[in-house]
Design a protein around this ligand. Structure first.
Ligand SMILES: *[C@@H]1O[C@H](CO)[C@@H](O)[C@H](O)[C@H]1NC(C)=O
Ligand SMILES: *[C@@H]1O[C@H](CO)[C@@H](O)[C@H](O)[C@H]1NC(C)=O
Ligand SMILES: *[C@@H]1O[C@H](CO)[C@@H](O)[C@H](O)[C@H]1NC(C)=O
Ligand SMILES: *[C@@H]1O[C@H](CO)[C@@H](O)[C@H](O)[C@H]1NC(C)=O
Ligand SMILES: *[C@@H]1O[C@H](CO)[C@@H](O)[C@H](O)[C@H]1NC(C)=O
Ligand SMILES: *[C@@H]1O[C@H](CO)[C@@H](O)[C@H](O)[C@H]1NC(C)=O
Ligand SMILES: *[C@@H]1O[C@H](CO)[C@@H](O)[C@H](O)[C@H]1NC(C)=O
Length: 801
């Protein structure tokens, strides 16, 4: 009976989710310990923003970690530090103990040491978590003995220095916290760099290796080697690298993370918000991180299928669960008989680095001959630079990228037998897994000592009982939901965990909008009302016209929208799905849409430029981030909203149709979508729909912002044949530019009279903006840049060193 009671309490404890509780303490004193089994054993910073305690990293596996705990999180907390990321401890009987001798020790269930600070102190010691997120071991006599800020994992917090002695190391994946292959560190030449440290090879990839130090804006002669950012979002480094987050100037929660995909990103979050948004990133094209697809494979931005890795012809994937291992040959190459060897061509591709040499003015045949003579040569890169053909034999095929913007071709060396068997192989059938939400299990067993049958039995029994309990609780919850239209805190917590954000009831939203009385917008997807939520947040609540969609389908779409967090995308706070009522709850934007502001005097030249950049950033994030790949399909001034500081946020994305990589079928798009005047020619001519349709619409929006002329007024699109007058605004601007024949005055002629009257604008910047916009509205979609290219062109020195 006693044992049963014990087991019951153990399993009860095990089923309580992590939370910062009021019984948590602010200090761990000498001789006391924190136990993995007690979720309330957490050290909290005085202001409650950070907590330190045991954090689950796999099945029955825990790390001792620090995470953001305000607003409270139940799972998916933003972990900023972990003591034992590579040696997780058991979910039972593991402890963090502050010994009397001043050593802070993390012990596993079998009493082995998983981690320790190796500190010694004769005087009294204590462990505290400061408001800045720094966990400090302090002694009365000698002050700070150890602090977590001195041993970062993958995250830097405001005012935490990265120095010559520390580095950030990425996690293996979004769900696996153990050390990955990417490093941020100060190199011996005093520059802060990103470094790929793979199992077989390593290379520097940021600042881009083809840039000289000064081109990258760096300074090598300051050996102090130290960098940090402040709580307003300004990063400064001793090598003169400085950047400001896109929301610079506001005091928010911020963190700088070397993400598992090798990109360095700054995230920020408002106090009331539970979502983090990206406000800066080192690489605007994430294929540029080395090793992302492993050796012998290609990273590509296929505009239809999004970003993906694929093996080069004749090679097969090594480990289907992890692309970083790349691909291995399916053949054995003989070096002694060259008549047996041939080359497969990969157009518009590049492998970076590992050149055997460089041969100028070598024709393709000469270059192939060089490679044939070298047993180590795996293939060649051949391209021409101003009619002079260049030849690069490769000893390794790494950091492969494929895309329309590459000029040269790759020729991979394979046996002739393979060459003949390769049919018109379609490159790239496997998508790159982003592994978000994928929880792989890591079991921590009892390795030695106490490994006896009884204990095992007890643990399993407890686990089984815990599982049963959870089932009972879920059952009770469902029951509760069924009979109560006003679910309590716990039920909401459950739904937050399931979808990433809050589920509202219809009656709550009805109340918030005063029975849907204040309409603030109306679009293809539904009607938008202004409302005030019970916690006083002002929200825009959109009632969707999708009554016939099943709840499961709706939730699936909603959870994807919930994962898209970027400062230039409207933030989604929650949703409601009750029978035929489907609603989305967004943040409310003070200044309404760009459309409402175009004729106002509030939008000066500078604001318009910032709106163009911000909108491009938001769309680039939609198109190319490693989330689900989303086309907007209806970019227009009505869907670009402006916040209190006139920063743009793209809205209405992800609703028309979420495009999961790989399953895009153009027949999904048989129906023309979008808005007159902003629609790309592809819609009209029934061509494949790619992310370039958004680029086109974006170009039109920019031209409209600059000229103040609406395309919808001057364009007459007739569907289904007949006469088609397309893009009069575009041709008008093109003509003006052409007529000017190089003279700068054409800008004066096209500019919005509101701006012209006020005199002050930067003509050079304006010219760049219009030139980029004209590229975006090319009829040929291949001639249009990608959205991330647009960001790069508009901000040549801010975003892309
Ligand atoms: C360390 O302890 C001393 C004395 O108790 C105190 O004055 C000091 O502020 C503490 N430092 C930190 C970083 O907590
Ligand atoms: C070197 O960098 C540090 C930290 O940014 C700065 O304080 C110092 O003035 C710099 N020294 C020189 C000579 O520029
Ligand atoms: C580094 O930055 C400082 C301050 O912005 C500037 O004065 C200095 O000239 C820069 N050094 C180099 C070498 O660019
Ligand atoms: C390549 O050679 C190894 C050993 O010589 C052999 O085991 C393997 O089967 C060969 N592979 C192919 C594809 O011929
Ligand atoms: C190379 O292979 C070809 C075709 O199989 C054969 O005719 C030739 O004799 C071989 N040469 C050598 C040196 O083995
Ligand atoms: C390239 O080589 C060809 C012949 O091999 C020669 O006629 C030509 O002048 C060379 N061009 C350059 C730029 O060296
Ligand atoms: C994380 O990755 C490491 C290295 O690949 C692996 O050994 C470990 O089992 C993984 N952990 C989890 C929880 O999947």
């Amino acid at each position: 009976m006693r044992i049963l009671f014990l087991l019951l309490s153990v399993s009860l404890l095990a089923s309580i989710p992590i939370s910062s509780s009021s019984t948590s303490s602010y200090v761990l004193r000498e001789g006391s310990s924190l136990s993995v089994e007690n979720p309330e054993d957490v050290i909290v910073s005085p202001d409650g923003v950070f907590s330190a305690g045991f954090y689950p990293v796999g099945q029955n596996a825990y790390g001792f970690a620090i995470w953001f705990s305000k607003p409270s999180c139940s799972s998916n907390c933003a972990v900023v530090w972990m003591a034992n990321r590579d040696f997780p401890v058991n979910g039972q009987r593991s402890k963090l103990l502050l010994q009397k001798d001043g050593n802070l020790v993390l012990t596993d269930a079998d009493k082995s040491t998983a981690w320790s600070t190796d500190t010694v102190s004769l005087s009294k010691t204590e462990l505290r978590l400061q408001n800045n997120g720094n966990l400090v071991l302090n002694s009365t006599e000698s002050g700070v003995l150890w602090q977590s800020f001195d041993s970062p994992t993958d995250t830097l917090l405001p005012y935490q220095h990265i120095t010559k002695d520390t580095r950030l190391v990425s996690s293996r994946s979004q769900t696996n916290f153990s050390s990955g292959s990417y490093n941020l560190f100060f190199d011996s030449d005093n520059l802060i760099r990103l470094f790929y440290n793979g199992p077989d090879v390593s290379s520097l990839y940021w600042p881009y290796p083809w840039l000289s130090d000064w081109q990258a804006g760096r300074f090598t002669y300051n050996s102090s080697r130290s960098a940090r950012f402040d709580s307003w979002g300004m990063f400064t480094s001793s090598d003169n690298l400085t950047f400001a987050s896109a929301d610079y100037g506001v005091r928010l929660q911020r963190r700088l993370v070397l993400d598992a995909d090798g990109n360095l990103r700054m995230y920020s979050r408002g106090l009331k918000s539970s979502t983090w948004v990206v406000t800066w990133q080192a690489l605007s094209e994430t294929c540029r991180a080395h090793g992302i697809c492993g050796p012998n494979s290609m990273c590509s931005y296929d505009p239809i299928a999004g970003r993906k890795c694929s093996c080069i012809p004749g090679y097969k994937i090594k480990d289907a669960s992890d692309w970083s291992y790349g691909c291995e040959p399916e053949f054995n190459l003989t070096c002694d008989n060259n008549t047996e060897v041939g080359f497969v061509q990969l157009t518009r591709s590049e492998f970076y680095g590992y050149d055997y040499g460089f041969y100028s003015n070598y024709t393709l045949e000469m270059c192939q001959e060089v490679c044939l003579q070298l047993c180590d040569c795996k293939g060649i890169q051949h391209k021409s630079s101003g009619n002079v053909p260049l030849c690069y034999p490769k000893t390794l095929l790494l950091n492969g990228e494929r895309g329309p913007h590459f000029e040269g071709d790759i020729y991979v060396k394979v046996p002739k037998s393979v060459l003949y068997s390769l049919k018109e192989e379609v490159l790239g059938s496997s998508g790159l897994e982003c592994s978000s939400g994928l929880v792989s299990s890591l079991s921590r067993g009892y390795t030695k000592g106490h490994d006896n049958g009884t204990l095992k039995f007890m643990v399993w029994f407890a686990v089984a009982l815990g599982g049963f309990e959870i089932l009972v609780i879920l059952f009770v919850w469902c029951f509760f939901i069924g009979f109560n239209s006003d679910p309590g805190e716990d039920i909401q917590g459950y739904h937050i965990a399931a979808t990433g954000f809050k589920r509202f009831t219809y009656s709550e939203l009805k109340k918030a909008t005063k029975n849907f009385s204040e309409e603030i917008g109306r679009g293809a997807g539904g009607i938008v009302y202004k409302g005030t939520l019970s916690d006083d947040r002002v929200a825009a609540i959109k009632q969707l016209y999708v009554a016939d969609q099943s709840e499961g389908e709706f939730l699936a779409e909603v959870s994807t929208i919930g994962k898209l967090n970027h400062m230039n995308l409207i933030e989604t706070w929650g949703y409601c799905a009750e029978g035929k009522h489907k609603l989305l709850v967004y943040e409310y934007m003070e200044h309404g849409s760009l459309a409402e502001n175009l004729t106002s005097k509030a939008l000066d030249w500078q604001k318009r430029f910032e709106i163009a950049v911000g909108t491009a950033r938001g769309l680039a994030y939609l198109h190319e981030e490693c989330l689900e790949w989303v086309l907007h399909c209806d970019v227009k001034p009505q869907n670009i909203l402006l916040d209190a500081k006139y920063q743009p946020k793209v809205s209405d994305f992800g609703l028309s149709k979420l495009l999961h990589r790989g399953d895009l079928d153009t027949s999904n798009f048989s129906k023309i979508r979008g808005t007159r005047g902003y629609m790309a020619p592809e819609w009209v001519f029934n061509l494949p729909i790619t992310s370039k349709v958004d680029v086109y619409s974006y170009g039109i929006v920019v031209l409209e912002m600059v000229t103040g002329k609406s395309p919808a007024m001057s364009v007459n699109v007739m569907q289904g044949g007949g006469e088609m007058e397309y893009g009069r605004l575009v041709s008008w601007v093109r003509d003006k530019k052409h007529e000017a024949n190089g003279k700068a005055s054409w800008i004066e002629e096209i500019i919005d009279p509101i701006l012209r009257g006020r005199g002050e604008y930067d003509r050079a910047k304006m010219e760049i903006l219009v030139t980029v916009a004209l590229q975006c509205v090319e009829e040929d979609r291949n001639a249009r840049p990608t959205m991330s290219k647009v960001v790069e062109m508009l901000l040549p020195h801010e975003n892309d060193f």
